[in-house]
Design a protein around this ligand. Structure first.
Ligand code: ADP
Length: 535
Protein backbone atom coordinates (compact mmCIF):
# COMPACT_ATOMS: atom_id res chain seq x y z
CA UNK A 1 0.00 0.00 0.00
CA UNK A 2 1.34 3.38 -0.96
CA UNK A 3 0.95 6.23 1.54
CA UNK A 4 -0.58 9.26 -0.26
CA UNK A 5 2.04 11.93 -0.87
CA UNK A 6 4.93 9.51 -0.50
CA UNK A 7 7.71 9.49 -3.07
CA UNK A 8 7.22 7.44 -6.21
CA UNK A 9 7.60 3.67 -5.93
CA UNK A 10 9.53 3.35 -9.21
CA UNK A 11 10.75 -0.23 -9.48
CA UNK A 12 14.51 -0.66 -9.66
CA UNK A 13 14.46 -2.58 -12.92
CA UNK A 14 16.87 -2.66 -15.82
CA UNK A 15 14.55 -0.88 -18.26
CA UNK A 16 15.23 2.47 -16.55
CA UNK A 17 18.96 2.03 -16.99
CA UNK A 18 18.36 0.91 -20.56
CA UNK A 19 16.43 4.09 -21.38
CA UNK A 20 19.29 6.18 -20.07
CA UNK A 21 21.81 4.26 -22.17
CA UNK A 22 19.56 4.53 -25.25
CA UNK A 23 18.90 8.26 -25.00
CA UNK A 24 21.25 10.16 -22.67
CA UNK A 25 24.37 8.18 -23.60
CA UNK A 26 23.48 7.22 -27.19
CA UNK A 27 26.82 8.60 -28.43
CA UNK A 28 28.90 6.50 -26.01
CA UNK A 29 31.27 4.25 -27.94
CA UNK A 30 31.46 0.50 -27.58
CA UNK A 31 34.48 -1.14 -29.13
CA UNK A 32 34.48 -4.88 -29.72
CA UNK A 33 36.37 -7.26 -32.02
CA UNK A 34 33.32 -7.63 -34.29
CA UNK A 35 32.39 -3.95 -34.55
CA UNK A 36 32.88 -0.41 -33.33
CA UNK A 37 29.51 0.90 -32.37
CA UNK A 38 27.64 3.13 -29.91
CA UNK A 39 25.19 2.68 -27.05
CA UNK A 40 22.56 4.19 -29.34
CA UNK A 41 23.08 1.63 -32.13
CA UNK A 42 23.38 -1.22 -29.67
CA UNK A 43 20.14 -0.17 -27.97
CA UNK A 44 18.30 -0.64 -31.27
CA UNK A 45 19.89 -4.06 -31.72
CA UNK A 46 18.94 -4.95 -28.14
CA UNK A 47 15.28 -4.12 -28.82
CA UNK A 48 15.36 -6.22 -32.01
CA UNK A 49 16.99 -9.07 -30.10
CA UNK A 50 14.31 -8.73 -27.41
CA UNK A 51 11.64 -9.24 -30.11
CA UNK A 52 13.52 -12.21 -31.58
CA UNK A 53 13.81 -13.83 -28.17
CA UNK A 54 10.07 -13.63 -27.64
CA UNK A 55 8.73 -14.20 -31.17
CA UNK A 56 11.32 -16.45 -32.80
CA UNK A 57 12.67 -18.38 -29.84
CA UNK A 58 9.58 -18.43 -27.64
CA UNK A 59 11.38 -17.14 -24.55
CA UNK A 60 8.95 -16.41 -21.70
CA UNK A 61 9.41 -14.49 -18.43
CA UNK A 62 11.47 -16.55 -16.03
CA UNK A 63 12.99 -18.77 -18.75
CA UNK A 64 16.74 -19.22 -18.53
CA UNK A 65 18.73 -18.18 -21.58
CA UNK A 66 22.32 -19.37 -21.47
CA UNK A 67 25.42 -17.80 -22.98
CA UNK A 68 28.69 -19.58 -23.66
CA UNK A 69 30.74 -16.66 -24.78
CA UNK A 70 33.67 -14.32 -24.30
CA UNK A 71 33.57 -10.53 -23.87
CA UNK A 72 31.99 -9.01 -26.97
CA UNK A 73 29.31 -6.49 -27.92
CA UNK A 74 27.06 -9.35 -29.02
CA UNK A 75 27.30 -10.86 -25.56
CA UNK A 76 26.52 -7.40 -24.17
CA UNK A 77 23.33 -7.33 -26.27
CA UNK A 78 22.20 -10.49 -24.47
CA UNK A 79 23.06 -9.00 -21.07
CA UNK A 80 20.31 -6.47 -21.82
CA UNK A 81 17.76 -8.12 -24.07
CA UNK A 82 17.25 -11.23 -21.93
CA UNK A 83 16.39 -9.46 -18.63
CA UNK A 84 14.43 -6.77 -20.49
CA UNK A 85 11.90 -9.40 -21.57
CA UNK A 86 11.77 -10.79 -18.02
CA UNK A 87 13.95 -13.83 -18.75
CA UNK A 88 17.09 -14.85 -16.86
CA UNK A 89 20.57 -14.57 -18.36
CA UNK A 90 22.63 -17.58 -17.40
CA UNK A 91 26.29 -16.95 -18.21
CA UNK A 92 28.11 -20.29 -18.43
CA UNK A 93 31.82 -20.43 -17.63
CA UNK A 94 33.39 -21.70 -20.87
CA UNK A 95 36.48 -22.99 -19.08
CA UNK A 96 34.73 -25.57 -16.90
CA UNK A 97 34.93 -29.29 -17.57
CA UNK A 98 32.23 -30.58 -19.97
CA UNK A 99 30.54 -32.60 -17.19
CA UNK A 100 30.28 -29.48 -15.04
CA UNK A 101 28.88 -27.46 -17.92
CA UNK A 102 26.27 -30.13 -18.63
CA UNK A 103 25.42 -30.30 -14.93
CA UNK A 104 24.99 -26.52 -14.72
CA UNK A 105 22.85 -26.17 -17.87
CA UNK A 106 20.63 -29.09 -16.84
CA UNK A 107 20.31 -27.78 -13.30
CA UNK A 108 19.35 -24.35 -14.63
CA UNK A 109 17.06 -25.91 -17.28
CA UNK A 110 18.34 -23.51 -19.91
CA UNK A 111 15.95 -23.09 -22.84
CA UNK A 112 18.23 -21.48 -25.41
CA UNK A 113 22.00 -21.37 -25.64
CA UNK A 114 23.88 -18.56 -27.41
CA UNK A 115 27.55 -19.36 -28.05
CA UNK A 116 30.59 -17.78 -29.64
CA UNK A 117 30.76 -19.15 -33.21
CA UNK A 118 34.40 -20.06 -32.59
CA UNK A 119 33.30 -22.42 -29.79
CA UNK A 120 30.98 -24.39 -32.10
CA UNK A 121 32.82 -27.72 -31.85
CA UNK A 122 32.80 -27.60 -28.03
CA UNK A 123 29.07 -26.83 -27.99
CA UNK A 124 28.38 -29.50 -30.62
CA UNK A 125 29.95 -32.11 -28.35
CA UNK A 126 28.04 -30.85 -25.33
CA UNK A 127 24.66 -30.62 -27.05
CA UNK A 128 23.58 -34.30 -26.63
CA UNK A 129 24.03 -33.87 -22.86
CA UNK A 130 21.96 -30.69 -22.59
CA UNK A 131 18.50 -32.03 -21.84
CA UNK A 132 16.46 -28.80 -21.91
CA UNK A 133 18.12 -26.63 -24.57
CA UNK A 134 15.79 -26.31 -27.54
CA UNK A 135 17.60 -23.73 -29.65
CA UNK A 136 21.22 -22.92 -30.32
CA UNK A 137 22.31 -19.53 -31.63
CA UNK A 138 25.83 -18.69 -32.81
CA UNK A 139 27.37 -15.30 -32.03
CA UNK A 140 29.39 -14.67 -35.20
CA UNK A 141 30.12 -17.25 -37.90
CA UNK A 142 29.84 -20.76 -36.48
CA UNK A 143 32.91 -22.92 -36.91
CA UNK A 144 32.58 -26.62 -37.82
CA UNK A 145 30.80 -28.89 -35.40
CA UNK A 146 27.90 -26.66 -34.30
CA UNK A 147 24.72 -28.46 -33.19
CA UNK A 148 22.27 -29.11 -36.06
CA UNK A 149 19.81 -26.27 -36.67
CA UNK A 150 22.04 -23.63 -35.07
CA UNK A 151 20.75 -20.15 -35.86
CA UNK A 152 22.70 -16.99 -36.45
CA UNK A 153 22.52 -14.15 -33.93
CA UNK A 154 22.97 -11.30 -36.41
CA UNK A 155 20.31 -12.80 -38.70
CA UNK A 156 17.88 -13.02 -35.77
CA UNK A 157 18.58 -9.42 -34.79
CA UNK A 158 18.42 -8.18 -38.37
CA UNK A 159 15.14 -9.97 -39.07
CA UNK A 160 13.18 -8.65 -36.07
CA UNK A 161 11.38 -5.35 -35.51
CA UNK A 162 12.41 -3.52 -32.33
CA UNK A 163 10.26 -4.44 -29.31
CA UNK A 164 9.36 -0.92 -28.19
CA UNK A 165 6.79 -1.81 -25.52
CA UNK A 166 8.95 -3.75 -23.12
CA UNK A 167 7.01 -5.81 -20.59
CA UNK A 168 6.79 -4.60 -16.99
CA UNK A 169 9.15 -6.59 -14.84
CA UNK A 170 9.05 -6.87 -11.05
CA UNK A 171 12.12 -5.40 -9.37
CA UNK A 172 12.41 -8.63 -7.41
CA UNK A 173 12.38 -10.72 -10.60
CA UNK A 174 15.50 -12.71 -11.46
CA UNK A 175 17.82 -11.05 -13.96
CA UNK A 176 20.78 -13.39 -14.08
CA UNK A 177 22.13 -16.70 -12.94
CA UNK A 178 25.76 -17.39 -12.16
CA UNK A 179 27.29 -20.60 -10.90
CA UNK A 180 30.31 -20.34 -8.61
CA UNK A 181 33.36 -21.78 -10.24
CA UNK A 182 33.27 -24.72 -7.89
CA UNK A 183 36.70 -25.08 -6.33
CA UNK A 184 34.83 -27.42 -3.96
CA UNK A 185 31.99 -29.74 -4.96
CA UNK A 186 29.60 -29.09 -7.82
CA UNK A 187 28.99 -25.47 -8.85
CA UNK A 188 26.15 -23.69 -7.07
CA UNK A 189 23.82 -21.17 -8.68
CA UNK A 190 23.42 -17.60 -7.48
CA UNK A 191 20.36 -15.79 -8.78
CA UNK A 192 20.82 -12.06 -9.31
CA UNK A 193 17.73 -9.81 -9.14
CA UNK A 194 16.95 -6.61 -11.07
CA UNK A 195 16.88 -4.68 -7.82
CA UNK A 196 20.12 -6.19 -6.59
CA UNK A 197 21.98 -5.50 -9.85
CA UNK A 198 20.57 -1.97 -10.07
CA UNK A 199 21.74 -1.10 -6.57
CA UNK A 200 25.03 -2.90 -7.08
CA UNK A 201 25.77 -0.91 -10.23
CA UNK A 202 24.92 2.33 -8.49
CA UNK A 203 27.04 1.44 -5.49
CA UNK A 204 29.99 0.37 -7.63
CA UNK A 205 29.88 3.79 -9.29
CA UNK A 206 30.32 5.73 -6.03
CA UNK A 207 33.57 7.66 -5.85
CA UNK A 208 34.93 5.82 -2.82
CA UNK A 209 33.90 2.45 -4.18
CA UNK A 210 35.06 1.93 -7.79
CA UNK A 211 34.06 5.37 -9.05
CA UNK A 212 32.87 5.37 -12.69
CA UNK A 213 32.11 8.42 -14.80
CA UNK A 214 31.04 9.37 -18.29
CA UNK A 215 34.63 10.39 -18.94
CA UNK A 216 35.81 6.80 -18.49
CA UNK A 217 36.45 4.14 -21.06
CA UNK A 218 36.23 0.77 -19.35
CA UNK A 219 37.83 -2.54 -20.32
CA UNK A 220 36.38 -5.40 -18.28
CA UNK A 221 39.03 -8.09 -18.61
CA UNK A 222 37.13 -10.10 -16.01
CA UNK A 223 35.13 -12.50 -18.20
CA UNK A 224 31.45 -11.88 -18.85
CA UNK A 225 30.98 -15.55 -17.94
CA UNK A 226 32.31 -14.92 -14.44
CA UNK A 227 30.23 -13.06 -11.84
CA UNK A 228 28.63 -10.84 -14.50
CA UNK A 229 31.95 -9.15 -15.29
CA UNK A 230 31.65 -7.47 -11.91
CA UNK A 231 28.49 -5.68 -13.16
CA UNK A 232 30.42 -3.46 -15.58
CA UNK A 233 28.07 -4.21 -18.53
CA UNK A 234 25.41 -2.41 -16.46
CA UNK A 235 27.41 0.04 -14.33
CA UNK A 236 29.23 1.51 -17.35
CA UNK A 237 26.07 2.39 -19.35
CA UNK A 238 24.42 3.60 -16.14
CA UNK A 239 27.13 6.25 -15.74
CA UNK A 240 27.76 6.79 -19.45
CA UNK A 241 31.26 5.30 -19.29
CA UNK A 242 32.26 3.76 -22.64
CA UNK A 243 33.08 0.06 -23.00
CA UNK A 244 35.84 -1.87 -24.72
CA UNK A 245 35.56 -5.65 -25.16
CA UNK A 246 38.60 -7.79 -25.88
CA UNK A 247 36.96 -10.92 -27.31
CA UNK A 248 38.61 -14.30 -26.90
CA UNK A 249 42.24 -13.16 -26.94
CA UNK A 250 43.52 -12.91 -23.36
CA UNK A 251 47.18 -12.54 -24.26
CA UNK A 252 49.07 -9.76 -22.47
CA UNK A 253 50.11 -8.29 -25.84
CA UNK A 254 46.52 -8.02 -27.03
CA UNK A 255 45.24 -6.56 -23.75
CA UNK A 256 48.05 -4.04 -23.36
CA UNK A 257 47.75 -3.09 -27.04
CA UNK A 258 44.02 -2.55 -26.70
CA UNK A 259 44.42 -0.42 -23.56
CA UNK A 260 46.92 1.78 -25.35
CA UNK A 261 45.17 1.99 -28.74
CA UNK A 262 41.69 2.62 -27.37
CA UNK A 263 42.88 4.86 -24.52
CA UNK A 264 41.22 2.78 -21.82
CA UNK A 265 41.03 4.67 -18.51
CA UNK A 266 39.73 1.98 -16.20
CA UNK A 267 40.08 -1.78 -16.25
CA UNK A 268 39.16 -4.74 -14.07
CA UNK A 269 40.83 -8.13 -13.72
CA UNK A 270 42.22 -10.67 -11.25
CA UNK A 271 45.78 -10.09 -9.94
CA UNK A 272 47.32 -12.71 -12.28
CA UNK A 273 46.36 -10.65 -15.34
CA UNK A 274 48.05 -7.52 -13.98
CA UNK A 275 51.08 -9.61 -13.23
CA UNK A 276 51.34 -10.89 -16.80
CA UNK A 277 51.00 -7.35 -18.21
CA UNK A 278 53.73 -5.97 -16.00
CA UNK A 279 56.79 -7.02 -18.06
CA UNK A 280 55.33 -5.34 -21.17
CA UNK A 281 54.97 -2.08 -19.27
CA UNK A 282 58.32 -2.31 -17.52
CA UNK A 283 60.17 -3.05 -20.74
CA UNK A 284 58.42 -0.18 -22.51
CA UNK A 285 56.70 -2.51 -25.00
CA UNK A 286 53.33 -0.98 -24.12
CA UNK A 287 52.23 2.30 -22.59
CA UNK A 288 49.77 2.32 -19.68
CA UNK A 289 49.52 6.14 -19.63
CA UNK A 290 45.77 6.27 -20.41
CA UNK A 291 44.90 4.06 -17.39
CA UNK A 292 43.82 6.04 -14.35
CA UNK A 293 42.63 3.08 -12.32
CA UNK A 294 42.72 -0.67 -12.33
CA UNK A 295 40.54 -2.46 -9.85
CA UNK A 296 41.54 -5.88 -8.88
CA UNK A 297 39.77 -8.65 -6.99
CA UNK A 298 39.06 -12.35 -7.02
CA UNK A 299 42.15 -13.01 -4.93
CA UNK A 300 44.37 -10.98 -2.63
CA UNK A 301 46.89 -8.77 -4.41
CA UNK A 302 50.53 -9.06 -3.46
CA UNK A 303 51.99 -5.79 -2.16
CA UNK A 304 54.77 -5.90 -4.75
CA UNK A 305 52.17 -5.80 -7.52
CA UNK A 306 50.35 -2.80 -6.07
CA UNK A 307 53.67 -1.01 -5.77
CA UNK A 308 54.71 -1.90 -9.32
CA UNK A 309 51.60 -0.20 -10.72
CA UNK A 310 52.22 2.81 -8.47
CA UNK A 311 55.58 3.12 -10.15
CA UNK A 312 53.85 3.09 -13.54
CA UNK A 313 51.54 5.88 -12.38
CA UNK A 314 48.43 3.67 -12.39
CA UNK A 315 46.21 3.58 -9.30
CA UNK A 316 45.75 -0.02 -8.23
CA UNK A 317 42.60 -0.51 -6.19
CA UNK A 318 41.88 -3.77 -4.42
CA UNK A 319 38.30 -4.89 -4.34
CA UNK A 320 36.72 -7.89 -2.72
CA UNK A 321 33.65 -9.90 -3.48
CA UNK A 322 32.38 -13.26 -4.52
CA UNK A 323 29.72 -14.62 -6.86
CA UNK A 324 27.36 -14.73 -3.88
CA UNK A 325 27.85 -10.99 -3.17
CA UNK A 326 26.63 -9.77 -6.48
CA UNK A 327 29.75 -9.70 -6.84
CA UNK A 328 31.47 -6.50 -5.57
CA UNK A 329 31.26 -5.75 -1.86
CA UNK A 330 34.29 -3.72 -0.75
CA UNK A 331 37.15 -1.55 -1.97
CA UNK A 332 40.43 -0.69 -0.29
CA UNK A 333 40.35 3.10 -0.63
CA UNK A 334 42.42 4.85 2.02
CA UNK A 335 40.19 6.69 4.52
CA UNK A 336 40.28 10.15 6.10
CA UNK A 337 42.32 8.86 9.02
CA UNK A 338 45.00 7.62 6.60
CA UNK A 339 45.72 11.10 5.27
CA UNK A 340 49.34 12.10 5.62
CA UNK A 341 50.68 8.55 5.84
CA UNK A 342 53.91 7.92 4.00
CA UNK A 343 54.09 5.68 0.92
CA UNK A 344 54.88 2.50 2.85
CA UNK A 345 52.20 2.99 5.47
CA UNK A 346 49.67 3.74 2.74
CA UNK A 347 50.61 0.51 1.01
CA UNK A 348 49.83 -1.29 4.27
CA UNK A 349 46.34 0.19 4.05
CA UNK A 350 45.78 -0.58 0.36
CA UNK A 351 46.98 -4.13 0.84
CA UNK A 352 44.05 -4.74 3.20
CA UNK A 353 40.60 -5.54 1.86
CA UNK A 354 38.87 -2.21 2.57
CA UNK A 355 35.50 -0.91 3.66
CA UNK A 356 32.21 -2.63 2.92
CA UNK A 357 30.16 -0.81 0.25
CA UNK A 358 27.40 1.52 1.34
CA UNK A 359 24.18 -0.51 1.15
CA UNK A 360 25.76 -3.61 2.69
CA UNK A 361 26.63 -4.65 6.22
CA UNK A 362 29.57 -6.75 7.36
CA UNK A 363 30.62 -8.42 10.60
CA UNK A 364 32.99 -11.10 11.79
CA UNK A 365 31.87 -14.02 13.91
CA UNK A 366 33.57 -16.71 16.00
CA UNK A 367 32.97 -20.46 15.91
CA UNK A 368 29.74 -20.06 17.89
CA UNK A 369 28.38 -17.46 15.39
CA UNK A 370 28.74 -14.74 18.02
CA UNK A 371 29.94 -11.39 16.62
CA UNK A 372 33.58 -10.59 17.41
CA UNK A 373 34.88 -7.12 18.34
CA UNK A 374 36.14 -4.64 15.74
CA UNK A 375 39.51 -4.23 17.44
CA UNK A 376 41.90 -4.90 14.58
CA UNK A 377 42.94 -8.15 16.28
CA UNK A 378 40.17 -10.71 16.55
CA UNK A 379 39.96 -12.89 13.45
CA UNK A 380 36.65 -14.52 12.56
CA UNK A 381 34.55 -15.53 9.59
CA UNK A 382 33.37 -12.56 7.57
CA UNK A 383 29.61 -12.36 7.11
CA UNK A 384 27.70 -9.91 4.93
CA UNK A 385 24.09 -9.04 4.19
CA UNK A 386 22.26 -6.56 1.98
CA UNK A 387 20.15 -6.14 -1.16
CA UNK A 388 22.70 -7.69 -3.54
CA UNK A 389 23.75 -10.61 -1.37
CA UNK A 390 22.46 -14.13 -2.12
CA UNK A 391 19.89 -15.48 0.32
CA UNK A 392 20.24 -19.12 -0.78
CA UNK A 393 21.62 -21.12 -3.69
CA UNK A 394 19.37 -21.53 -6.68
CA UNK A 395 17.23 -24.63 -6.37
CA UNK A 396 19.15 -25.67 -3.30
CA UNK A 397 17.19 -23.78 -0.71
CA UNK A 398 17.69 -26.67 1.71
CA UNK A 399 21.47 -26.18 1.61
CA UNK A 400 21.72 -23.65 4.44
CA UNK A 401 25.41 -24.14 5.29
CA UNK A 402 26.35 -20.72 3.95
CA UNK A 403 23.28 -18.80 5.06
CA UNK A 404 21.95 -18.15 8.54
CA UNK A 405 19.79 -15.50 10.19
CA UNK A 406 19.87 -13.34 7.06
CA UNK A 407 23.66 -13.37 6.80
CA UNK A 408 25.90 -14.94 4.17
CA UNK A 409 28.91 -16.80 5.54
CA UNK A 410 31.69 -15.91 3.13
CA UNK A 411 34.21 -18.61 4.03
CA UNK A 412 36.78 -15.82 4.35
CA UNK A 413 38.55 -15.09 7.63
CA UNK A 414 39.07 -11.42 8.49
CA UNK A 415 39.75 -8.86 11.19
CA UNK A 416 37.95 -5.54 11.49
CA UNK A 417 39.40 -2.24 12.58
CA UNK A 418 37.17 -0.03 14.76
CA UNK A 419 35.90 1.96 11.75
CA UNK A 420 35.05 -1.16 9.75
CA UNK A 421 38.18 -1.23 7.58
CA UNK A 422 38.84 -4.94 7.28
CA UNK A 423 41.40 -7.36 6.02
CA UNK A 424 40.81 -10.86 4.79
CA UNK A 425 43.66 -12.90 6.13
CA UNK A 426 42.79 -16.08 4.28
CA UNK A 427 40.07 -18.41 3.15
CA UNK A 428 39.00 -20.48 6.14
CA UNK A 429 40.04 -23.64 4.33
CA UNK A 430 43.51 -22.32 3.39
CA UNK A 431 44.64 -20.97 6.76
CA UNK A 432 47.59 -22.94 8.08
CA UNK A 433 46.85 -24.02 11.63
CA UNK A 434 50.18 -24.37 13.39
CA UNK A 435 50.21 -25.29 17.09
CA UNK A 436 46.92 -23.53 17.80
CA UNK A 437 47.97 -20.35 15.96
CA UNK A 438 47.05 -19.25 12.47
CA UNK A 439 49.36 -18.50 9.60
CA UNK A 440 47.88 -16.63 6.65
CA UNK A 441 48.85 -18.49 3.49
CA UNK A 442 47.92 -15.41 1.45
CA UNK A 443 50.18 -13.06 3.38
CA UNK A 444 53.08 -15.50 3.32
CA UNK A 445 52.63 -15.92 -0.46
CA UNK A 446 52.84 -12.14 -0.83
CA UNK A 447 56.21 -12.07 0.93
CA UNK A 448 57.57 -15.02 -1.05
CA UNK A 449 56.52 -13.32 -4.31
CA UNK A 450 58.65 -10.33 -3.39
CA UNK A 451 61.76 -12.53 -3.84
CA UNK A 452 63.36 -11.53 -7.15
CA UNK A 453 63.88 -15.12 -8.32
CA UNK A 454 60.26 -16.18 -7.66
CA UNK A 455 57.73 -15.94 -10.49
CA UNK A 456 54.79 -17.58 -8.73
CA UNK A 457 54.14 -19.00 -5.28
CA UNK A 458 51.56 -20.86 -3.22
CA UNK A 459 51.60 -21.74 0.47
CA UNK A 460 49.82 -24.83 1.71
CA UNK A 461 49.44 -26.34 5.15
CA UNK A 462 50.99 -29.79 5.40
CA UNK A 463 50.22 -32.17 8.27
CA UNK A 464 52.84 -32.18 10.98
CA UNK A 465 52.77 -34.48 13.99
CA UNK A 466 54.16 -31.85 16.30
CA UNK A 467 52.32 -28.73 15.11
CA UNK A 468 49.18 -30.14 13.40
CA UNK A 469 50.10 -28.22 10.24
CA UNK A 470 53.12 -26.35 8.97
CA UNK A 471 53.52 -24.09 5.93
CA UNK A 472 55.19 -25.46 2.83
CA UNK A 473 55.99 -23.05 0.00
CA UNK A 474 55.55 -24.12 -3.62
CA UNK A 475 57.48 -21.88 -6.01
CA UNK A 476 58.05 -21.35 -9.71
CA UNK A 477 61.42 -19.83 -10.57
CA UNK A 478 61.61 -16.58 -12.54
CA UNK A 479 62.68 -17.20 -16.17
CA UNK A 480 66.39 -17.96 -16.37
CA UNK A 481 66.86 -17.94 -12.58
CA UNK A 482 67.13 -20.70 -10.04
CA UNK A 483 64.27 -20.68 -7.56
CA UNK A 484 65.48 -20.13 -3.99
CA UNK A 485 65.94 -23.20 -1.77
CA UNK A 486 64.66 -23.54 1.79
CA UNK A 487 67.59 -21.83 3.52
CA UNK A 488 67.68 -18.90 1.10
CA UNK A 489 63.94 -18.39 1.36
CA UNK A 490 63.91 -18.57 5.16
CA UNK A 491 66.72 -16.04 5.23
CA UNK A 492 64.80 -13.76 2.86
CA UNK A 493 61.60 -14.04 4.92
CA UNK A 494 63.23 -13.62 8.34
CA UNK A 495 62.38 -10.15 9.60
CA UNK A 496 59.40 -9.90 7.23
CA UNK A 497 57.20 -12.47 8.97
CA UNK A 498 57.04 -13.88 12.52
CA UNK A 499 59.64 -16.57 13.09
CA UNK A 500 57.09 -19.34 13.44
CA UNK A 501 55.71 -18.50 9.99
CA UNK A 502 58.97 -19.48 8.29
CA UNK A 503 58.21 -22.40 5.96
CA UNK A 504 59.30 -25.94 6.75
CA UNK A 505 59.89 -26.90 3.16
CA UNK A 506 60.09 -25.56 -0.38
CA UNK A 507 58.91 -27.45 -3.45
CA UNK A 508 59.94 -26.13 -6.86
CA UNK A 509 57.47 -26.77 -9.70
CA UNK A 510 57.19 -25.63 -13.33
CA UNK A 511 53.70 -24.29 -12.91
CA UNK A 512 51.10 -23.80 -10.19
CA UNK A 513 47.60 -24.91 -11.25
CA UNK A 514 45.03 -22.14 -11.63
CA UNK A 515 41.24 -22.19 -11.56
CA UNK A 516 39.17 -21.35 -14.63
CA UNK A 517 39.37 -17.68 -13.69
CA UNK A 518 43.08 -17.57 -12.94
CA UNK A 519 43.21 -18.04 -9.17
CA UNK A 520 45.59 -20.40 -7.39
CA UNK A 521 43.94 -23.82 -7.37
CA UNK A 522 45.19 -25.18 -4.08
CA UNK A 523 42.99 -28.25 -4.25
CA UNK A 524 44.57 -29.30 -7.56
CA UNK A 525 48.00 -28.37 -6.22
CA UNK A 526 47.54 -30.59 -3.17
CA UNK A 527 46.46 -33.44 -5.44
CA UNK A 528 49.50 -32.93 -7.68
CA UNK A 529 51.90 -32.91 -4.77
CA UNK A 530 50.42 -36.07 -3.28
CA UNK A 531 51.06 -36.97 0.33
CA UNK A 532 53.49 -34.38 1.63
CA UNK A 533 54.40 -35.09 5.24
CA UNK A 534 56.53 -33.29 7.74
CA UNK A 535 58.15 -34.73 10.85
P1 ADP B 1 35.02 -19.12 -6.36
O1 ADP B 1 36.45 -18.79 -6.72
O2 ADP B 1 34.87 -19.74 -5.00
O3 ADP B 1 34.20 -19.74 -7.39
P2 ADP B 1 34.50 -16.33 -6.50
O4 ADP B 1 35.12 -16.16 -7.82
O5 ADP B 1 33.19 -15.73 -6.23
O6 ADP B 1 34.25 -17.78 -6.17
O7 ADP B 1 35.60 -15.92 -5.44
C1 ADP B 1 35.34 -15.34 -4.22
C2 ADP B 1 36.50 -15.50 -3.28
O8 ADP B 1 37.70 -14.93 -3.82
C3 ADP B 1 36.30 -14.77 -1.98
O9 ADP B 1 35.51 -15.49 -1.09
C4 ADP B 1 37.74 -14.61 -1.48
O10 ADP B 1 38.21 -15.77 -0.84
C5 ADP B 1 38.50 -14.42 -2.76
N1 ADP B 1 38.77 -12.99 -2.97
C6 ADP B 1 38.17 -12.17 -3.84
N2 ADP B 1 38.68 -10.93 -3.77
C7 ADP B 1 39.64 -10.95 -2.81
C8 ADP B 1 40.53 -9.97 -2.25
N3 ADP B 1 40.58 -8.71 -2.67
N4 ADP B 1 41.35 -10.37 -1.27
C9 ADP B 1 41.33 -11.64 -0.81
N5 ADP B 1 40.53 -12.60 -1.30
C10 ADP B 1 39.70 -12.27 -2.30
Amino acid sequence: MTIPGLMQPTPLTLDHVFERMRTVYADGQVISPERRTTYGELSERILRLARALVDDLGVRPGDRVATFATNTARHFELYWAVPLVGAVLHTVNIRLHPEQIAYICNHAEDRVLFFDGALAAQVGELAPELATVKDYVALGAAADGAPGGTRDHDALVGGAEPLRDLPAVDEQAALGLCYTSGTTGMPKGVLYSHRGMWLHSLAASMADHIGLSEADRVLPIVPMFHAFAWSLPYAAPMTGAELVFHGADNSPEHLAGLIEREQVTLSAAVPTIWKTLLPLYREGRADPASLRLVFVGGAASPRALIEAYDELGVTYLQVWGMTETGPLASAARPRRRHRGLDHDALLDVREKTGTIFAGLEARIVGDDDEPLPWDGQAVGELEVRGPWIASAYYRQEDDRARFHDGWLRTGDMAYMEPDGYFRIVDRAKDLVKSGGEWISSVELEGHVLAHPAVADAAVIGVPSRKWDERPVVVVVGEDGQTAPGLDALREFLAGRVPKWWLPDDVVVVDEIPKTSVGKLNKRALREELGDLRLP
